[in-house]
Ligand binder design. Structure first.
Ligand code: PLP
Length: 386
């Protein structure tokens, strides 16, 4: 069955919900049992016995994402940042060594440098393009290799199967932030990774109206991960789970449009004299295009571009001039966004070097020709400012 069909069926059972198409929002803390023994049996069977560890609404979403990821199970968290950080906190202890990709999402990096360091866990940042060479960085106390592909802001694609195989050969667990690929275009667990993380906030939510994270894992890692994350007691709200399930229904249709528009706009930007490089893995010009083609089945609407010699001040003037692209954090919603990020402070293994300022675009569901006209207006402002 194709993914677009599965998305319409997963996580709902009309017969069990009085014929209604969608599962209802279960709100609640206490769950009642007829006898003490029944409650104990439910606990022993790891069924839901208290709202903090799940509701039928959150289970419907978690099971749907687990199915898409090909995981044994999935744990939901109150944000994407929590999904990354609680995974790290659940698996690491004082004295452990963590290998973290240098192009990781900035807030994940901050958690390593601030919180994990405070608990005596050492982080080594590695080149996103290290591939099987990761083995040279393994120490006896290395417990986890964390990946993110493509990299946040800079879009390097990692050789995920090579890194996962090297780690597995040494008994080291692997996790990846796979938000860019979405569970439709990228299946890290099938490539040998133990844990796949999604910021549900982005494309699964899809409407810039919720925050959530999801952590899917293989059978070998899932029980330990779930126990470790549940220890923190911070689940998402039932309403947000319901919204995310609603977002899931249209994920394939929305992504097809995001992909097509973003690729068309990326190709158009490649022809512009103001642009030095477009950082989009699905472009043949991208240095990691072959890896993307091997491991992904599609591309989302997020990419970067390096301007040809124009400084950050000119890039800011360009962003300010755009009318359809909002200036704001996050991505994956229906609307187009622009940022003028500087990766310099969040790169240590491979310092960021570029011919000009960097822009990050999220291509939304607007008409791509309207977006091109908006970008033309921005580029005119860029030339005037540069
Ligand atoms: C946005 C994002 C996150 C964090 O998600 P939030 O729900 O905003 O906390 C994590 N990883 C990546 C790659 C992201 O883009």
């Amino acid at each position: 069955m194709q993914d677009s069909t599965r998305l319409t069926l997963l996580g709902r059972d009309p017969e069990a919900q009085q014929g209604f198409v969608n599962p209802p929002v279960f709100r609640g803390s206490t769950i009642l049992f007829p006898t003490v023994e029944a409650m104990e049996r439910a606990k022993a069977a790891r069924e839901i016995t208290y709202g903090r560890t799940g509701t039928p609404t959150s289970r419907a979403l978690a099971d749907s994402i687990a199915a898409l990821e090909g995981g044994h199970g999935c744990i939901l968290t109150a944000s994407g940042k929590a999904a990354c950080n609680l995974t790290l906190a659940a698996l690491l202890r004082t004295g452990d060594h963590l290998l973290m990709v240098d192009a990781v999402y900035g807030p994940t990096r901050h958690f390593c440098d601030r919180t994990l360091a405070r608990f005596g866990i050492e982080t080594t940042y590695y080149d996103p393009r290290i591939g099987a060479g990761i083995a040279a960085l393994f120490r006896p106390e290395t417990r986890l290799v964390f990946m993110e592909s493509p990299g946040s802001l800079t879009f390097e694609v990692q050789d995920v199967p090579a890194i996962a195989a090297a780690a597995r050969a040494r008994g080291i667990t692997t996790a990846i932030d796979a938000t860019w690929g979405t569970p439709l275009f990228f299946r890290p667990l099938a490539l040998g990774v133990d844990i796949s993380i999604q910021a549900v906030t982005k494309y699964i939510g899809g409407h810039s109206d919720l925050l959530m994270g999801a952590v899917a894992a293989t059978e070998a890692v899932y029980p330990r991960l779930r126990a470790g994350i549940e220890e923190f007691g911070a689940p998402p709200s039932p309403e947000d789970c319901w919204l995310a399930l609603r977002g899931l229904r249209t994920l394939a249709a929305r992504l097809a449009r995001h992909q097509e528009s973003a690729l068309a706009i990326a190709r158009w930007l490649e022809t512009r004299p103001e642009v030095s490089r477009v950082l989009h893995p699905a472009l043949e010009s991208h240095p990691d295009h072959a890896l993307w083609k091997r491991d992904f089945t599609g591309a989302c609407g997020l990419f970067g571009l390096v301007l040809d010699g124009y400084p950050e001040a000119a890039a800011r003037a360009m962003a300010d001039a755009l009318e359809l692209f909002g200036i704001g954090a996050s991505w994956g919603g229906f609307e187009s966004l622009v940022l003028v990020p500087d990766p310099t402070p969040v790169r240590t293994a491979v310092p960021w070097k570029a011919e000009g300022a960097l822009l990050r675009l999220h291509i939304g569901l607007e008409d791509p020709e309207d977006l091109v006209r908006d970008l033309e207006r921005g580029l005119a402002r860029l030339r005037a400012a540069g």
